[in-house]
Design a protein around this ligand. Structure first.
Ligand code: C5P
Length: 293
């Protein structure tokens, strides 16, 4: 809902271009090293002033969101911010859910980060960056990187961020087979030794092909476990890899969404047309990578 006094934020889809699981903490959380970037598509959040705090969820994936109530990350982020900043006001929030839910695209985390940005504007407050990042980390492991919103190397359980120089112009095809997959389930199913953290490049890649070459030296360590839990992921990855111009096909986060990397919008859009024709039940989308330039 938009109108007088309304503010709007997008919540871009998060992509783990690489995801190495490098260890496990005593509390069960996993230590990661992940190259994270964002795609130019996502949920959309709007707010207008109100005394109360309310949330309405609309959009193609609204029905898939099981918790649109008090436990929803948007409302939790709003309450946490209000408390930290000593704000007594509320907001009428509308979340247009355009990304699939429990899909490895960080939808909920991106929504929480967008809430922190949006309500700072609506309430005319500006928390210092470290304080805001601490609130983000309290909301979930992926929320800090979503708040940063640019290509970054993510370490620790997600709270240690190293912003990266801009990535080269690249097109992304996102594909989800329409099966939800919970993150804790995938981490639980992961087995085998931990990966060693390793630098991806000495000099930053200048083209999409060079970026794909660097990414190929790494992997998403959650892919084997996710593929065993949801064999549909195999079908998505091989369908993407078969498309003309696909430089790399990989799963994002804990799945089941996968992405293909392309050098041109024409190749990415042609791939989307073919994939949609072959698999009408899949969610498939072509979008530029947000390079951070
Ligand atoms: O922090 P968030 O709620 O997004 O994490 C969801 C679940 O994913 C955690 O409960 C944990 O099981 C798993 N996780 C993990 N290591 C991370 C991030 C998430 O084990 N670095």
């Amino acid at each position: 809902m938009t109108g007088a006094g309304a503010v709007v934020e997008t919540a871009p889809a998060k992509l783990n271009l690489t995801l190495r699981v490098v260890g496990r903490r005593a509390d069960g959380y996993h230590e990661l090293e992940s190259l994270v970037a964002f795609a130019d598509c996502g949920d959309r959040l709007s707010a207008h002033p109100s005394g109360e705090l309310t949330l309405e969820v609309t959009g193609p994936f609204a029905a898939a969101l099981h918790d649109a109530g008090a436990g929803n990350l948007v409302l939790r982020a709003a309450r946490l911010l209000a408390q930290a900043a000593g704000v007594g006001r509320g907001a009428v929030l509308t979340l247009d859910k355009r990304l699939p839910v429990a899909a490895g695209l960080g939808g909920g985390s991106a929504d929480a980060a967008a809430t922190l940005r949006l309500l700072q504007r609506l309430w005319s407050i500006s928390l210092p960056e470290p304080g805001l990042q601490a609130l983000a980390a309290e909301l979930g492991a992926d929320v800090p990187v979503c708040l940063l919103g640019r290509p970054a190397l993510m370490r620790g359980v997600g709270e240690r961020l190293e912003p990266l120089p801009a990535l080269p112009p690249t097109w992304i095809v996102l594909a989800n087979p329409g099966v939800a997959l919970g993150t804790p389930e995938v981490f639980r199913a992961r087995s085998g030794p931990f990966s060693a953290a390793a630098p991806l490049w000495a000099t930053p890649p200048r083209t999409a092909a060079e970026l794909a070459g660097c990414l190929r030296r790494s992997a998403n360590d959650l892919e084997p476990a996710a593929r065993a839990l949801r064999p549909q992921i195999d079908v998505v990855l091989s369908a993407l890899a078969r498309e003309a111009g696909c430089l790399l096909a990989r799963m994002s986060g804990s799945g089941a969404s996968c992405f293909g990397l392309f050098a041109t919008p024409e190749e990415a859009e042609a791939a989307v047309r073919r994939l949609k024709a072959a698999q009408p039940a899949w969610w498939v989308q072509a979008t530029p990578l947000l390079t951070g330039a």
